[in-house]
Ligand binder design. Structure first.
Ligand SMILES: *[C@@H]1O[C@H](CO)[C@@H](O)[C@H](O)[C@H]1NC(C)=O
Ligand SMILES: *[C@@H]1O[C@H](CO)[C@@H](O)[C@H](O)[C@H]1NC(C)=O
Ligand SMILES: *[C@@H]1O[C@H](CO)[C@@H](O)[C@H](O)[C@H]1NC(C)=O
Ligand SMILES: *[C@@H]1O[C@H](CO)[C@@H](O)[C@H](O)[C@H]1NC(C)=O
Ligand SMILES: *[C@@H]1O[C@H](CO)[C@@H](O)[C@H](O)[C@H]1NC(C)=O
Ligand SMILES: *[C@@H]1O[C@H](CO)[C@@H](O)[C@H](O)[C@H]1NC(C)=O
Ligand SMILES: *[C@@H]1O[C@H](CO)[C@@H](O)[C@H](O)[C@H]1NC(C)=O
Ligand SMILES: *[C@@H]1O[C@H](CO)[C@@H](O)[C@H](O)[C@H]1NC(C)=O
Ligand SMILES: *[C@@H]1O[C@H](CO)[C@@H](O)[C@H](O)[C@H]1NC(C)=O
Ligand SMILES: *[C@@H]1O[C@H](CO)[C@@H](O)[C@H](O)[C@H]1NC(C)=O
Length: 660
């Protein structure tokens, strides 16, 4: 009934647009020549004649096609992917795609489908992806299963399905992804899903359905991922899933779902009868969080407790010998020791970012995590007066350490004594106070990436980068250099393997002529958003293939000889500089036009002076600064000075003569 009303409501706009369509049907945009076109939102009522038969990908969304006939797409024989989102399609007739042999993807999102012919999908030799989100489907029998044997993805989100009832001829051979999110499924019986017993490694999405009961034995096969996000009856789900296995099980919830039910230890007991590797419990609330809560998690490899409102993991958790990844983001830990690290001896990845209160690092809290490789402590309000030897005690295998977006770290000697395996260190947006004259990173011989962006680090410390002989990427953006000058001093001398250097927004006004000479491997330099008034490639030693970003500076003039050495595959970004387009800058302009292949963002590389040329792209400017004009000026100057000398000597001699 609702469907007919819907149809009626849309009859009028359809007719109004009938007249308009012929005028616009040529406006589809070509994305890839002969292959990919977008006709999105053009109010079309038919497929434009002009689309080439070679079209493979067609975005025809937001048009008006009340029905799909066997002629609608018959000309586009090469079609492989067709997006028909919100085209007000109600009827899909016999053989609608009969001529589209290669079609593998059909998106019908947001069309209120009233009729799908039994042979609607006949034709394509291998239809793989069918998207029926928001199409008003209320039962699976509405979807013709003919010719869907190759189906890999079926998306039926946001419909009115209340009973699964997968038909016996449901295609399972190649099935990988089945999405029923936001429907009204309350119960799942063995019969409903028995056909899935033939599958393996399928992803099955039920989030946003309030599933109350799953008949035990319904899910017997092994799944890749099962998503019951937002469901309230967790014990019911787990009981129904007994003896099944899933790589990933999603039992989290969403912000807008109420607190109930609390996760108490008994709620997760059903996990004991299921084989799961990765478990997600995002946004759940725990009640009586104790060691028993983890009783059935001993086989987990990954546990995600993001935003679970916890301030400690209980002592006494045992048996979690295979857990390698623990995610504790967005919680309320007071102290790093509160995570009971000793219970997770095999952990390689620990994420504790976005802690809601200031996290105390303590001393040796993670000592038992001998296998830890990745530690993320970003955004956790960390303030440490003696960072971070004690805190990271025992973590000699650590490779990645993220301390970005914290409050303040004081380093009195080396930052991390056992960090000899560290490859990446991110301290961006954390105030770093170094009170050692020796390098705080001097033992990090394997470090490849160091991010000190906006860390207020004292760049005058000569030995800052001592020992970082393997460093490849250094981000120093948003730090200040003494008197605004990038000097040729000891600072960079020790990091001779550097390839990427980011010095954006450092308020630099000048760069020493040899500042980067020692960095022979440098291939990417970002000097954007500084206050440089000129530029010279002399500062670099290797200019064969380098990327130089000088955008957003104050460069007006670049002398011609300062760019010529930029050769080969180099790229330079000079956008947003107040460039002068006068004869005094003819060197740059001439070089620029001859080297357009090296210019990034030419649209934004424009003249600032003179006013008559302001905003013009540098590549379009033609100046006449021939020798003739210069010559004339020179000649005039010479003549004027001769005259002046003559007058002066006449006066001089006359005076002397008179004296005699
Ligand atoms: C596009 O198709 C036309 C007509 O078939 C053909 O002449 C042209 O070479 C094709 N262009 C490309 C880039 O394939
Ligand atoms: C297309 O449909 C029309 C009318 O329903 C029918 O007469 C015609 O035979 C069909 N063509 C093909 C190729 O199926
Ligand atoms: C299982 O499915 C996932 C996701 O579709 C895929 O990444 C993985 O390779 C598959 N595993 C096997 C063994 O086919
Ligand atoms: C699960 O497996 C156990 C032991 O093999 C068996 O006793 C039980 O009946 C099975 N449960 C279901 C629902 O099949
Ligand atoms: C585990 O499965 C057995 C039968 O196999 C059943 O008796 C038991 O209640 C199940 N445990 C939980 C916690 O569901
Ligand atoms: C967290 O750890 C600290 C230091 O070990 C301890 O004093 C505190 O009681 C712990 N807090 C909780 C909630 O367990
Ligand atoms: C460190 O964490 C921040 C914030 O969570 C993130 O933006 C950044 O990408 C991380 N660094 C690395 C190297 O992954
Ligand atoms: C620091 O730099 C690294 C490497 O470019 C990057 O992956 C990371 O996201 C940066 N950190 C932040 C907080 O932006
Ligand atoms: C930065 O380091 C230099 C050299 O070690 C020192 O003289 C200066 O006082 C330091 N500046 C600050 C603000 O600590
Ligand atoms: C040139 O550099 C500016 C500043 O970093 C950047 O915004 C812009 O995207 C760059 N241009 C291109 C084409 O990447």
């Amino acid at each position: 009934m609702a469907g007919y009303l819907y149809l009626l409501l849309f009859t009028m706009p359809v007719c109004i647009s009938c007249e308009a369509s012929s005028a616009v049907d040529t406006m589809c945009t070509e994305i890839t020549v002969n292959k990919s076109y977008s006709c999105e939102g053009l109010g079309l009522t038919e497929v434009p004649e002009k689309l080439p038969v070679t079209t493979e990908i067609l975005d025809f969304s937001f048009n008006l096609l009340p029905s799909l006939q066997n002629s609608t797409f018959s000309k586009l024989k090469s079609l492989s992917s067709l997006d028909l989102t919100r085209c007000q399609i109600n009827w899909v007739y016999e053989g609608a795609f009969h001529n589209n042999d290669h079609l593998h993807t059909v998106v019908l999102t947001g069309n209120h489908l009233l009729f799908l012919s039994d042979t609607a999908f006949v034709g394509p030799q291998s239809l793989k992806h069918l998207v029926l989100t928001q199409t008003g489907v209320s039962r699976l029998s509405f979807i013709p299963m003919t010719n869907l044997d190759n189906l890999e993805t079926l998306i039926l989100g946001s419909n009115h399905i209340s009973s699964l009832q997968l038909p016996p001829n449901f295609p399972t051979q190649n099935l990988k992804y089945l999405d029923f999110q936001m429907n009204n499924i309350r119960t799942i019986t063995v019969e409903d899903v028995s056909v899935l017993q033939k599958t393996s490694n399928v992803t099955l999405i039920f989030k946003g359905n309030d599933i109350l009961y799953i008949e035990p034995g319904a899910f017997q096969s092994s799944f890749y991922s099962l998503d019951f996000g937002g469901c309230t009856n967790i014990p019911g789900i787990l009981a129904g899933m007994q003896n099944s296995s899933a790589h990933t099980l999603w039992l989290g919830t969403f912000d807008d779902v109420q607190k109930e039910p609390y996760i108490s230890p008994d709620i997760l007991q059903g996990l004991c009868n299921i084989t799961v590797e990765d478990l997600y419990l995002q946004l759940r609330h725990f009640k009586n969080l104790n060691a028993a809560t983890f009783h059935c998690m001993t086989k987990l490899r990954k546990l995600d407790l993001t935003h679970t409102h916890i301030n400690a993991l209980p002592p006494g958790i045992s048996g979690m010998k295979v857990l390698t990844e623990l995610i504790l983001n967005g919680n309320f830990f007071e102290h790093l020791c509160n995570i009971s690290a000793a219970a997770f001896p095999s952990l390689t990845h620990l994420h504790l970012k976005g802690n809601s209160q200031s996290l105390q690092l303590g001393s040796g809290c993670l000592q038992k995590l001998a296998k830890l490789q990745h530690l993320d402590l970003s955004h956790s309000h960390i303030e440490s007066s003696d960072c971070c030897n004690e805190a990271l005690n025992g973590l000699s295998g650590l490779q990645h350490l993220n301390l970005s977006y914290n409050t303040k770290l004081h380093v009195h000697d080396v930052l991390f004594k056992e960090g000899t395996n560290l490859e990446l260190l991110d301290i961006a947006f954390t105030q770093l106070h170094i009170s050692t004259s020796q390098g705080p990173f001097r033992n990090l011989h394997l470090l490849q990436v160091l991010n000190l962006s906006s860390s207020q680090v004292n760049t005058s410390i000569q030995h800052l980068f001592q020992g970082l002989e393997n460093l490849m990427l250094l981000d120093l953006s948003q730090n200040i250099f003494e008197s605004g000058i990038m000097p040729k001093n000891k600072l960079l001398q020790q990091i001779t393997n550097l390839e990427v250097l980011i010095l954006a927004s450092c308020e630099l006004t000048a760069i020493d002529d040899q500042a980067f000479h020692i960095l022979r491997k440098l291939r990417y330099v970002d000097l954007s958003h500084n206050k440089l008034i000129t530029f010279s490639t002399d500062a670099f030693s290797n200019l064969k293939s380098i990327y130089l970003n000088l955008a957003h500076n104050r460069i007006q003039i670049i002398p011609p000889d300062k760019l010529v050495s930029l050769s080969g595959y180099s790229i330079i970004n000079l956008s947003y500089n107040p460039l002068e387009c006068t004869c005094s800058n003819i060197g740059l302009i001439t070089w620029y036009k001859q080297n357009l292949d090296k210019i990034e963002d030419p649209e934004k590389t424009t003249c600032f002076e003179p006013k008559s040329l302001a905003g013009a792209q540098l590549s379009t400017v033609t100046l006449y600064c021939g020798i003739s004009t210069m010559g004339i000026i020179a000649v005039v100057l010479v003549i004027l000075s001769c005259v002046a000398i003559f007058i002066w000597s006449v006066r001089y001699f006359r005076q002397r003569y008179q004296q005699i």
